[in-house]
Every structure is written in C-alpha cells, then in structure tokens.
Design a binder for this molecule. Structure first.
Ligand code: FMN
Length: 371
C-alpha cells in the first residue's frame, strides 16, 4: 500500500529537477555578457545599513547562502550578483561522493509548509575539483567552506578527512564550517561527544597556527542536540580557539508541519533532514541559548526557517550576527532575497536611528543587541 502511494507522491513532490533547473539558470545568467550586472541591479538594490564587520571581515550584508546549495563552488559569481553578503560552499568531501546511491534519495517539496525534506547523501565532486572551481571565480564575495568527512570514511578516521580538506582549501576560502550535522542520508554523522569533536578541531587549530593568514573556524550543529549537548558545544567555543557556531542544520524530527502531514504520512518512513519554516522556532531557541551562555562574545550564524526580513531580524535579535537561508531561496529565489534585503535594511535603519541617541553599540560590532 505504502509503495503504491509513494510513487505518485514522489512524482509530485520531488524537488530535484526544479533545483537543478534553478541552479543551471543562475549559472548561465552569470556567464552571459552583462548577466551579473543585470542580476545585481534587479536583485540587490543599495542597502547601506546591512554592512557589518564580523571576524575582522567586511560583510556587505548579514544574509548569506547556507551550505548545500552550491556544493561544488560553481555558483559563486551568481550568488554574489544576486546580493548575498556571503555564502557557504559545500559540504565538500575529500574524495568525490555521489548523492544518488539510493533510488529513494530525493529532495521532497513540502510546499504547504515552506519546507523541504532532504533525504540524500551529500554530493561532492571532491576537494580538488572544488578548488579548481573556486579559482575560476571573478567576484569577491566572502566564502565559507563547509567541510565534512566522506560517508565511506570510518568514524574514528573522521579527523583525517577534515584535515585533508582544511589544508588545501585554506588559502582559497575566507572561513571554515566544520559540519557536525550530516543527518540527511542513511549514513548519519552527528558527533556530540566533546572528545570526538576536539579530535577533529585540534589538528585544524594546529595547522592554522602555522599560517600567515587567519581563517575563522566554526562548527555547524544539529537542531536535534539536547540542551546539554548545545551547552557542551558552546563551551568548546568558549574554551578553545573555535571562532563561532552555525545553528542549525536540518532536523530528523517531523515537527512544525501544519499542511504537509498527509504528504509526510504517505511518504512513509522516509528518513532525512527537514528544513525550512518548521525549523524556525527551534533554531531561534538554540541561537538564543548559545548567545546567552557565551554572553554575546562570539559570532553566531543563525540558520533555519528564515524566509522574510522579519525572520532575519528576529534571528539577529535572538543573538545571531549573520543569517543564512536555504529553503526560502529554493522556493522564492532572488525575489525572496531581494525582499529580505530591502526589509532588513529598513529595520536596521530604524534601529540605528533609534539607538543613535542612546548610543547602545556600534553598528559594526561583532555582536550587537537589538532591543
Ligand atoms: C537539499 C539540501 C542540502 C543540504 N546540504 C547541506 C550540506 O551539504 N551541508 C550543510 O551543512 N547543510 C546542508 N543543508 C542544510 C542547510 O544548509 C540549512 O542548514 C538547512 O536547510 C536549514 O536552513 P533553511 O531552513 O533555510 O532551509 C542542506 C539542506 C538541504 C535542503
């Protein structure tokens, strides 16, 4: 029964084709003469109040593209032209890895809830190819590289994979996100134990110590961590040279769905990570928790269910310094980004105007409070 139901729903609900089509158009638009110029003109009107300095770098906007959209670094110029202030490429794996190992793997659209169910293995052309792609970029958008071990690598060898990515990529990207929330396929990797996480991070800190240029290192955490585990991750940030946290990736929970319950039931026991609006409250709570425990002393990148300027502003108010989107960009493309940029710019302009008299904080502070 489940099998017969599954087929038609998969046909309706799969988002892979649409996603590939969008990416293809975005890639081509940046290649044609004046393509980037017109994209920028249309999607990214001036928004001076969005600028900020974080990690000692100047971000033109706090709104970034989350990992998973540009796995291989082929859309860098296009995302810059669209008006993102930064982007995470990847997740990159050391060796090439196909995302299509199971016939069931797919990205399911749960449109009624502005959500995506991502049941797929991370797809990466491998570190060497990604470096080749990054070298071809012509824009100067800030790039974070999301790194993760290959699925075939044994858990105990994960630190070797992360270092194999970190070293060659070091000179080509601006910051790193160590992905600790690979939970969308049958092989999940979500380390939560402090020693296990430190075994990954320590070699990266050591390598960085010998370099002339400083590259911030962040970890990306799962929204499925318990409060104690979130605190433990925050403490790693407080006690080690870790520079920040990206909160969060997708959830294996199935909460926050108001209109897609039927689809979810019909899909049956499809595992994978739920992303988009249902994730919003959990991500906000986690960002707030990290912010309070770290007393606002570290940058946090808020990610999960951000689709409007209000969502982005709420995330900043919860303690995030930067925000990232995936699902809302998947559904709304450049128009969503444009509206978010314009709306957030207006909110920040008003905030700065109101706080100018009280001199709460400098707008370029790494972390900032919004009352
Ligand atoms: C199809 C898909 C692929 C993703 N791939 C990655 C990935 O490779 N690495 C990662 O850290 N997060 C990945 N994510 C998670 C997103 O970066 C983001 O954390 C999540 O979608 C929550 O944001 P959203 O609610 O705006 O979608 C992926 C999400 C989706 C939907």
């Amino acid at each position: 029964m489940a099998k017969t139901l599954l087929k038609p729903i998969k046909r309706i609900a799969k988002g892979n084709f649409i996603l590939q089509f969008h990416k293809w158009c975005q890639f081509l638009a940046a290649k044609i003469p004046f393509g980037k110029y017109f994209m920028h003109k249309h999607y990214a009107p001036p928004a001076n109040h969005l600028e900020r300095e974080v990690f000692g770098m100047r971000f033109s906007s706090p709104i970034g593209l989350a990992a998973g959209y540009d796995h291989n670094g082929t859309l860098i110029d296009s995302m810059d032209a669209m008006g993102f202030g930064f982007m995470e490429i990847g997740a990159v794996t050391p060796k090439p890895q196909s995302g299509k190992e199971s016939k069931e793997y797919a990205i399911y659209r749960l449109e009624g809830d502005n959500a995506l169910l991502n049941y797929s293995q991370i797809e990466s052309e491998g570190v060497e190819k990604v470096i080749e792609n990054i070298k071809k970029r012509s824009s100067r958008i800030i790039i974070g590289c999301n790194i993760v071990k290959n699925n075939s690598t044994a858990r105990e060898n994960a630190p070797i994979d992360y270092l194999r990515l970190f070293r060659p990529l070091y000179q080509y990207v601006d910051f790193f996100t160590v992905n600790l929330c690979d939970n969308s396929s049958d092989v999940t990797y979500v380390p939560t134990d402090k020693d296990e996480v430190m075994a990954i991070l320590t070699p990266l800190f050591e390598f960085r110590r010998g370099q002339n240029q400083y590259r911030p290192i962040l970890i990306k955490i799962s929204p499925d961590l318990t409060d104690e585990q979130i605190d433990a991750m925050t403490d790693i940030m407080l006690d080690t040279p870790l520079d920040g946290i990206v909160a969060t990736g997708g959830t294996t929970g199935r909460y926050g769905l108001e209109n897609s319950t039927q689809t979810i039931h019909a899909l049956g026991r499809i595992p994978g990570a739920l992303c988009g609006t249902p994730l919003k409250q959990r991500s906000l709570d986690i960002v707030r928790r990290i912010y309070e425990r770290s007393k606002g002393t570290y940058p946090i990148i808020g990610c999960g269910g951000i689709s409007t300027a209000d969502d982005a502003f709420e995330m900043l108010k919860a303690g995030a310094t930067l925000v990232e989107l995936y699902s809302s960009f998947f559904y709304g493309g450049g128009e969503t980004l444009r509206n978010m940029r314009t709306g957030l710019n207006e909110r920040l302009r008003k905030y700065e105007q109101n706080s100018a008299s009280t001199q709460v904080t400098s707008p370029t502070n790494t972390t900032q409070e919004y009352d």
